[in-house]
Design a protein around this ligand. Structure first.
Ligand code: 3HC
Length: 692
């Protein structure tokens, strides 16, 4: 074996040259790897004894594409395109042997080979769109030439991974070989190719798959229309569509140039910077400085769930989906039956949409042990409580759990605001207690706030973080504070939204501004969706807020067709005259002279106090890093990923500007806007808060 450099080897097995890339953890295409591949291919081409070349990867995966850490730095030669040109021009067949994932530039590398073989567990895809860019090494030009324009549009704009079986069906993989024997089988395949004497097949020369879409702009127009909602606010998907259209309409080389120009533009964009930041932030969130990665975790073979309501049911589904049995406890049979029926209905709806087989539905339901007795939680390794949000109720439950749970069992609360340390204090084992805060709908939202109490044992935190990953969540470790990270910041926004409608804006103005900013919905539409009467009773109504006034006249939100908005039978919202009157009346009663409020003010007053609160959270050490705060907002509240998260967004605006605006508002509106010390200091030092 010849080492070409530290990360590439070249060897020969009879007439087959084998190039092995070995750059852990994911064989990302660094400059060194690119140089090594080009040199290895050139040497294999020059070796007269080699009749074909197999390109394979060591480690857990084929290749995860371009090295994302190189973006934004001066480019180093050779470019990936130059390496591809060497491969494509090789006068002997080059065969990519794929295991794990071939993603982005990794798949593009494979597409410049003459053949692709893969093991059945392999997956491939062009996920660049998720980083705010498009495939920039010919992916938008070569992929359609194999799978056709429509399939390529789908794959490139979604960034979704495709299984080996599907890839083979599309013609993307030429052959699937046995699991665990990839190298040998790829060599055998190479021998077959040589024996067949087939002329070299270059993807760039194929036309059959794209010809049907030529001269048919309506295909692309329809695709745009169909996905308009999904693509709202994003720049990259439109560029992807244009590039695929170019693949169909332009000669290959011109298409490549077109793709390159779009890539250069996107890679320098704010959106892509934000999306790349989010990619790394998500991975950082898994790391807790004082809890090493190899900390042993406790085994979680059975979970106990207290409460079968909306939250309890949704949380349970995460575990059932991962094949973990769940004992669900309720206080009465009716509530238990209703909870189980809702879970079943959710699964059956997924089955109707083809996302699950009926057999899977039954398998998951069979993992549930319904119960009316807390004592039945004795054999659970983890118990999560999702009952009424009242400290006394929680304390009562945890006192009982302390007597029931087996030694070593983890006891978690799904509280969204309450003090975990106080809850833990009623048990004899506060080290086994922590918060596991899921976000509604709990079976859908990716965020899991893992709330680390003062006494929570390290292995308990490590177990919750690992379990989060196992059930497909993004776990973020946070400290004890009212509302932890997400809801604490949300409260700031809510306060300002309420103030704004008293001072001159209407709920639909606030909602429109935040929706245009990229959030899925504004606070008032959100309140209507959640139900305005959450926690409201006629007895406790002060009548001092618009929300309470609305409840008093039976405007309870979407569920009864009227709330801040009026709803038609399709749940389409229109601004309500009644709401407007209530708001004007309340302003009058409070002696407020209403004024015109600009969209800019609405945005700043909703978002800047959140940023400020984020800085306070950091200052107090309640989040490990600013990027964790951003991940909370990206995965729990639908913050638009192309804006990176509140803290990243603050840097985009310029911290000095944010601080100046907060100071101005503090003068006119009061101390709620007083900028946090950390924010002021970071701005002064010219640093980025998102890097704190
Ligand atoms: N560049 C640089 N680092 C990368 C990387 C990449 N393309 N892909 C993964 N990494 C790093 C991660 O940051 C992580 O680092 P850490 O251990 O220091 O936190 C490490 O590799 C392992 O990654 P994961 O924790 O994500 O490991 P998994 O096994 O869970 O997932 C994966 C592996 C499916 C390959 C996943 O990492 C992934 O999706 N990677 C990104 C793939 C991608 O987006 N490729 C497109 C790149 S852009 C491109 O190719 C442009 C081209 O068109 C020109």
């Amino acid at each position: 074996m010849t080492a070409i450099n530290d990360v590439v080897d070249l060897t020969r097995e009879g007439e087959i040259a084998v190039i092995t890339l070995d750059s852990p953890p994911v064989n990302a295409l660094s400059a060194q790897l690119r140089a090594g591949i080009a040199q290895a291919v050139e040497q294999a081409v020059a070796d007269d004894a080699a009749k074909a070349i197999v390109l394979t990867c060591a480690g857990r995966t084929f290749c995860a594409g371009a090295d994302i850490t190189e973006f934004g730095k001066p480019p180093k030669d050779p470019s990936l395109s130059a390496v591809q040109a060497v491969i494509e021009a090789a006068p002997k067949p080059v065969i990519a042997a794929i295991h794990g994932t071939a993603l982005g530039g990794g798949l593009e590398l494979a597409l410049s080979c003459h053949y692709r073989v893969a093991v059945p567990s392999a997956r491939c895809g062009l996920p660049e769109v998720k980083l705010g860019i498009l495939p920039g090494a010919g992916g938008t030009q070569r992929l359609p030439r194999i799978v056709g324009a429509e399939q390529a549009l789908e794959m490139i704009t979604s960034g979704a991974h495709v299984t080996a079986k599907d890839a083979a069906a599309m013609g993307l993989f030429d052959k699937l070989v046995a699991e665990g024997n990839l190298r040998e089988d790829a060599i055998a395949f190479a021998r077959e190719v040589i024996a067949s004497g087939a002329p070299l097949k270059k993807v760039r020369d194929l036309d059959e798959a794209i010809a049907p879409a030529r001269g048919k702009p309506e295909i692309f127009a329809e695709f745009r229309k169909k996905n308009a909602r999904k693509f709202r606010g994003f720049e990259a998907p439109e560029a992807c569509i244009q590039a695929v259209e170019a693949a169909v309409e332009k000669p290959f080389e011109e298409g490549l140039k077109f793709e390159r120009a779009l890539f250069e533009k996107l890679v320098a964009s704010e959106q892509s910077a934000a999306q790349r930041y989010a990619f790394f932030a998500e991975r950082e969130a898994a790391k807790i400085p004082d809890i090493p990665k190899d900390t042993p975790t406790r085994e979680i073979a059975r979970v106990g769930m207290i409460g079968a309501g909306t939250m309890g049911g949704g949380i349970s589904m995460n575990f059932l989906n991962a094949g973990i049995p769940v004992t669900i406890v309720e206080t009465n049979q009716d509530a238990l039956d209703r909870g189980l029926a809702t879970i079943r209905k959710n699964y059956e709806n997924s089955a109707k949409r083809g996302r699950l087989s009926m057999e899977d539905v039954e398998k998951r339901m069979a993992l549930i042990t319904p119960s009316l007795a807390l004592d039945d939680l004795a054999d659970c390794d983890l118990v999560i409580e999702a009952v009424f949000e009242l400290m006394e109720v929680k304390k009562e439950i945890f006192t009982k759990l302390d007597g029931i749970c087996k030694p070593g069992a983890i006891m978690a609360s799904n509280t969204s605001y309450l003090d975990i340390d106080k809850i833990a204090s009623v048990t004899s084992r506060p080290g086994d207690v922590l918060g596991m805060h899921f976000f509604s709908p709990a079976n859908v939202m990716r965020l899991l706030e893992v709330v680390r109490g003062e006494k929570t044992e390290k292995d308990v935190v490590a177990t919750a973080m690992a379990l989060g990953k196992r059930i497909g969540k993004v776990a973020v470790c946070v400290g004890v504070a009212h509302g932890f990270v997400g809801n604490r910041m949300l409260s700031e926004r809510q306060r300002e939204a309420n103030n704004l409608i008293m001072e001159g804006a209407m709920p639909w103005d606030v909602d429109r501004v935040l929706h245009d900013f990229g959030l899925p919905m504004g606070p008032f539409a959100m309140a209507d969706l959640a139900g305005l009467d959450l926690g409201w009773t006629p007895e406790n109504s002060t009548g001092e807020t618009a929300k309470e006034r609305l409840c008093e006249i039976d405007r309870r939100g979407q569920k009864n067709g009227k709330g801040f908005y009026d709803y038609d039978e399709n749940r389409k919202a229109t601004p309500s005259k009644v709401t407007e009157e209530i708001i004007l009346d309340l302003s009058r009663a409070k002696g407020i002279t209403r004024r015109a409020i600009s969209d800019q003010e609405i945005l700043e007053r909703c978002i800047y106090p959140m940023i400020n609160e984020g800085a306070k959270i950091l200052q107090e050490g309640k989040a490990l890093r600013a990027s964790d705060i951003d991940i909370v907002w990206l995965t729990g509240y639908g913050w638009p990923v192309y804006r990176g998260g509140p803290m990243f967004y603050a840097d985009t605006i310029g911290l000095d500007k944010v601080v100046a605006a907060l100071e101005t508002y503090a003068k006119s509106l009061g101390p709620d806007f007083e900028p946090a010390e950390l924010l002021v200091r970071t701005a002064k030092e010219g640093k980025r808060i998102s890097e704190m």
